[in-house]
Write a protein of this length. Structure first.
Length: 168
């Protein structure tokens, strides 16, 4: 519905209206991938994930050991078996809780690490747009970039944003 409305409006407007607009495009994924801060943030996340993985392996080994001990002891009284079974179940629950906490912490760290990088990129795009007097800059990395006009070619500002950020 929105697409049809835009097409109707575009057809109804005189082409001279578009002469006052300057359109640009950028591939934010390309620029974001080149930013050195991204690599640093990813390294920090990998290190954090490795620490959680190491701890998870230790917990899993402890669980496997207790489970094998539990399965190997047939001659114990029922109340001791029940207590050991409860220990195994509690350890399994701790492992599940640990995984949830670890995943949540990694996601939180990812948001905290990438937010300033994304802001820096957004600020650079806004700066290029202001300096070069663009009316609109569209992100080509979006699943469905908005295309308002097909007749006039847009200008790709990816290189200008890379320059603004000191990237090659």
């Amino acid at each position: 519905m929105f697409k049809k409305l835009v097409i109707v409006l575009l057809c109804a407007m005189p082409l001279s209206v578009f002469a006052q607009y300057k359109f640009g495009t950028i591939n934010t994924q390309e620029v974001f991938a080149l930013m050195p801060e991204k690599a640093t943030a990813e390294k920090t996340l990998q290190d954090l994930a490795k620490k959680y993985e190491d701890e998870f392996v230790k917990m899993r080994e402890e669980f496997n050991k207790k489970y094998k001990e539990f399965m190997a002891q047939d001659s114990l009284p029922e109340n001791i078996k029940a207590r050991r079974m409860q220990e195994v179940q509690e350890l399994q629950q701790r492992i599940q809780n640990f995984q949830e906490v670890a995943q949540g912490d990694i996601e939180k760290q990812q948001q905290q690490l990438f937010a300033p990088i994304e802001k820096k990129l957004t600020d650079a795009i806004k700066s290029v747009g202001t300096e070069q007097k663009f009316t609109y800059i569209f992100d080509l990395a979006s699943p469905m970039p908005v295309i308002l006009y097909h007749g006039a070619p847009s200008e790709d500002v990816t290189a200008a944003v890379k320059t603004k950020l000191g990237l090659k």
